[in-house]
Ligand binder design. Structure first.
Ligand SMILES: *Cc1c(COP(=O)(O)O)cnc(C)c1O
Length: 375
């Protein structure tokens, strides 16, 4: 069996190699010449746009060489058919457009996903219920489970929600942004569609926006690509070039980030008494439920801490040397965020920490110094 790193580096070897360069060029063309042989021209009415665009890119809103290469690499590692978008939220928009549920059960999680659901409520009367109100779902409806959940990095039991959804003819979308493979594979637990913000770990360098949907059903893939061509949400040329570059090192980055995060969480929970300002630590590695270790082969690199006051939460980032105070996550550099800056619904005592690939001893010393400064 081919390993993950090999697939990440060679998964697109047979896809659109138009030049002998080892690194693909950045294609900036928005349009591509049709086949030069008049006998090979197929009229639009005789073919599906989604399938034609995979064979021969002709307009970059629909597909272009580097977006097809990114999709090829991701398809070899995500256990299904992949459609790439220009952001995680446009991927969620694409999924809701395709499935068009009447009721959506959705947990707290990423605030932006609620913004997308609210657009459907405004345009289409989508009814939203909480994650625990799955008894309100019927055929064609959706449970959207984010696991691990933003900003806490805590896990939800996918098998449980899959059983409740499927009993009612509903489907489950798993937002697995916080733990992409090899950390977890939601398909092992029966989910119907997997979503990733590719901006985070697949990108990994805080310099691109991307979204990913993964389906086991090739018909769903083609329908999603068809919709995407009218939503205008295909990934851009430059971002797909950057995404391909990033994917080559994805596994070594995310495994290092995961092990760094686990060590930091372990350290903080073992030494919590040293820091009176530190009220709580949230992470899947601290959860005791049996499903957690089945679902997560490695823990996600994001966790959250709660401090005793909003004032100390606001000040902690300014006391750290190696954690940038910024939003987003998944990059090689560690980031801390006073979450009240971007999530209007969150407690003001919460800080989200995205762990990078720096040396973990330096990160721990930095947090120790910052937290001790309140003593
Ligand atoms: C960032 C994020 C998104 C949205 O992704 P964008 O690429 O920023 O649009 C969705 N879900 C989760 C869990 C995220 O962290």
């Amino acid at each position: 069996m081919t390993g993950l790193n090999t697939k990440l580096i060679h998964g697109d070897d047979d896809t659109f190699n138009r030049v002998p360069d080892i690194i693909q060029p950045i294609n900036v063309a928005s349009t591509f010449e049709y086949n030069s042989d008049p006998d090979k021209l197929v009229k639009a009415k005789d073919q599906k746009i989604s399938e034609a665009s995979e064979v021969h890119p002709f307009y970059s809103r629909i597909s272009h060489p580097n977006s097809l290469k990114a999709e090829a690499v991701l398809s070899t590692v995500l256990d299904g058919h992949v459609v790439v978008y220009n952001s995680g939220l446009s991927a969620f928009f694409g999924a809701l457009t395709h499935f068009n549920p009447k009721v959506l059960a959705i947990g707290n999680g990423y605030h932006g996903s609620h913004g997308v659901a609210n657009l459907f409520t405004r345009l289409n009367g989508l009814k939203q219920v909480s994650l625990e109100e799955y008894d309100k779902l019927g055929p064609g409806d959706i449970i959207h489970v984010e696991t691990p959940e933003n900003p806490y990095g805590t896990a939800h039991d996918l098998s449980f929600y899959v059983a409740e959804a499927h009993k009612r003819g509903a489907i489950v979308i798993a937002d697995a942004t916080f733990a992409p493979p090899p950390l977890q594979n939601p398909f092992e637990f029966g989910v119907d569609l997997v979503l990733h913000s590719g901006t985070k770990y697949f990108g990994g360098h805080s310099d691109l926006l991307a979204g990913v949907l993964v389906t086991k059903d090739i018909k769903v893939k083609h329908a999603l690509i068809g919709d995407r061509s009218y939503l205008g949400t295909n990934i851009s040329n430059l971002d797909s070039y950057l995404l391909l570059r990033s994917l080559r090192t994805f596994e070594i980055r995310v495994l290092k980030q995961s092990s760094n995060a686990e060590k930091i969480v372990q350290y903080l929970s073992a030494n919590k008494d040293k820091y009176p300002v530190l009220k709580n630590i949230f992470h899947s590695s601290l959860q005791k439920e049996a499903f957690v270790s089945k679902q997560l082969k490695h823990h996600g690199p994001v966790f959250a801490i709660e401090l005793t006051s909003s004032d100390s939460a606001k000040r902690l980032p300014s006391k750290l040397k190696y954690f940038h105070h910024a939003t987003s996550l998944g990059g090689v550099e560690s980031i801390i965020e006073w979450r009240a800056m971007s999530d209007p619904g969150i407690s003001e005592t919460i800080l989200r920490i995205s762990v990078g690939i720096e040396d973990v001893e330096d990160l721990i010393a930095d947090l120790d110094h910052g937290l001790s400064s309140f003593n």
